[in-house]
Design a protein around this ligand. Structure first.
Ligand SMILES: [Zn+2]
Length: 121
């Protein structure tokens, strides 16, 4: 047990939502060890309540930097939720009942016209 970690409150840390990057859950070290190093860096693959709502409404497109790949690409901070109908028109041949989250490179999102969309909330 680290007395200093308890005094500084460093035995708690926040996780971030994998999708939107907002703070999500609190991690608490049961032995009160200092876990400040992972504060705001631990990523939770379960969507936060806000993203869960968005995923019920439609397909989520998360913009990432051009040239990024892999499971956790660098995000630009933009994301859009589009209806399944719109997704079907844009991306033919995808099964949107299974995949509701897509990463899209910034230049492609701009080309499609996503950057001109006005925020709805
Ligand atoms: Zn989220």
């Amino acid at each position: 047990m680290s007395k200093k970690a308890i005094e500084n409150g460093n035995f708690v840390a926040l996780t971030k939502c994998f999708l939107c990057g907002e703070s999500k859950d609190i991690i608490l070290d049961r032995r009160f060890r200092d876990i400040s190093e992972i504060h705001g860096k631990a990523i939770d693959k379960e969507p936060c309540p806000e993203c869960e709502k968005k995923l019920e409404q439609g397909i989520m497109i998360i913009e990432c930097r051009d040239g990024e790949s892999g499971e956790n690409p660098y995000r630009t901070g933009r994301l859009w939720v589009i209806t399944e109908e719109a997704a079907d028109r844009l991306f033919t041949g995808f099964d949107f009942t299974k995949n509701r989250i897509f990463f899209m490179e910034e230049s492609i999102a701009e080309q499609i016209g996503f950057h001109e969309q006005k925020p709805t909330e």
